[in-house]
Structure formats: C-alpha cells, structure tokens
Design a protein around this ligand. Structure first.
Ligand SMILES: [Zn+2]
Length: 170
C-alpha cells in the first residue's frame, strides 16, 4: 500500500489506535490490535480484537470499530469515514472497509510486523492469490443446475423488489 507522509491528524489517530492495542494487551489480556473510525475529525467508533472473548472469529479490531461506528452513526455506509488501525488489516477487515464504502484506511504496523509475531494475516493474503485448488480452504459448489437456479431466483427476487433497475456489478 502506498506510503503517505504522516500528518499531525493521522499521527494523533494512529497513536490512539496503538494505545487501544496496548490497552487490549496489557489491561484485558487480549491480542494487541486497535482500530478507530473517524468522521469529520471525530472518533465515532473504536474496537479491539475480541475474537476469543466473544467466541467470534470475525470480531477483529476493525470489524468491532465498524460495528460501534454503525451503531453510533445509525448507518452502515461510511463514505465520509477514515479507518485508523494499529496494524495493517487482514483481508477480512480490509473487505469490511470496502463494504462500508470507507474511502481511506491508515495503519501503523505492517503485515510483515504482524507476521513476524505469529499472526497469519499475510498467509491469508497469499492464499487469496492462489488458484482455488491450491488453497487450504477448498471453496466449491455442490449445487447442480436446478439448485443453483433456485438459489439465484432468491437473489433475483430481491433485485426485482428494488425501486430502480439493478446495475450488474460484473
Ligand atoms: Zn482483521
């Protein structure tokens, strides 16, 4: 990802994210990750990794920050937000930011820093670049044509109910 010179504001929010990661580690016995969502210079959601505590493999710091921000803002689209993270996000959290339409994400520690300390983010990025058959997670469809049609009809029924014509996102 491109390096942009740290502005005073970026520095302040990154420092806050790093403090959150320290707090998670030292005060809560959790993994050292912290993230915050900022809108108009104001923090609208913070998160620390809560995977073990919540028994939720998706409860990463960025996802938790998005959940908090969504709750506070009363919306799930955040085109006006910036995500600050103590570390470069894993693929799941990166895509979560895409889903939220967040246009900018700033991190402090790199995926390399994360990887040398035993976290698997970088390996998962590499998995995504592999052909399906070479991944450790085999993704397959067991649906025949008829089953696929039935499932696809549910999707089409949703699109048909919209008050506008759906633009295919192919
Ligand atoms: Zn993540």
């Amino acid at each position: 990802m491109p390096y942009a010179p740290e502005t005073a504001q970026d520095h302040a929010f990154l420092t806050q994210a790093i403090k959150l990661s320290r707090h998670a580690l030292e005060d809560e016995g959790k993994t050292p990750f912290g993230a915050l969502v900022v809108v108009d210079g104001e923090v609208v959601g913070t998160g620390t990794s809560s995977v073990v505590e919540l028994r939720d493999p998706t409860a990463h710091a960025e996802v938790m920050a998005l959940r908090a921000a969504g709750s506070k803002l009363g919306r799930h689209l955040m085109e006006d937000a910036v995500m600050y993270s103590s570390s470069e996000p894993c693929p799941m959290c990166l895509v979560a930011c895409y889903w939220a339409r967040i246009p900018r994400l700033v991190y402090a520690a790199t995926s390399h820093d994360v990887a040398v300390n035993g976290f698997e983010d970088l390996q998962f990025y590499r998995q995504l670049a592999l052909p399906n058959a070479e991944r450790t997670l085999l993704v397959e469809t067991a649906a025949g044509d008829e089953t696929r049609e039935i499932a696809a009809k549910a999707l089409a029924s949703w699109a048909d109910k919209l008050p506008f014509a759906v633009e295919p996102k192919l």
